[in-house]
Design a protein around this ligand. Sequence first.
Ligand code: E4P
Length: 220
Amino acid sequence: MKLFLDSAKEDEISYALDAFDIDGITTNPRHVQSAGKPFMTVIRNIAKLVEGTEKTVSVEVNPHFVTYQDMLTEAEKLAAISPNFVIKLQCIEPAFKVARTLAQKNIRTNITLVFSAAQALMAMKSGAFFVSPFIGWKETNGEEVRSFIDDVVAIRDNYGFTTEIIVAAVRNGRQIVDSAVSGADIVTAGLSVYQEAFDHPYTHDGIRRFSNFWDQSLYE
Ligand code: E4P
């Protein structure tokens, strides 16, 4: 089970690489905007942080590009910047052909903004390296998401697709565990989601209690 950091902030990425040895990074236009620097600067700086490793950085094509040719041209330009880059394509019809073309050129893609198992199926058939079903947005919309993850994993397994499933827009530890139990390959989440998930108030309560006992005992 791989854990990706969903962020474009260099300080957060460096921290998560050091603290959790995160396995990869996903960015999106919202993260780039909040990083506060131009898109190209942000992605080049992130590329330097993982240079020489196998860790992937998912970099999203300009969302205004909605034709095959525009998406393809931009994807090739981004892929040339770093061997770590996986090109994020929004899940619209031309993206499937772009993914097929890029796969033939050994350029990896991440089909993103996936909200149905049918979309995920087509992404896998198109040779996407990653597919990103978004669960947080669906849950906010009142939709049940556990069966969504299960369906995407079952489709991958039934047909032996090699596409890795990144459960995206993950908001808490329960969703991380649900994704792991369902057999998803990866989750991507923000730094605070991981920090909260890997912590528990009882741990701190226990530290307080045990410190108290410790203080009442002799060391030697
Ligand atoms: C995943 O690749 C996306 O960047 C991300 O999970 C989008 O969702 P969010 O920005 O609402 O968390």
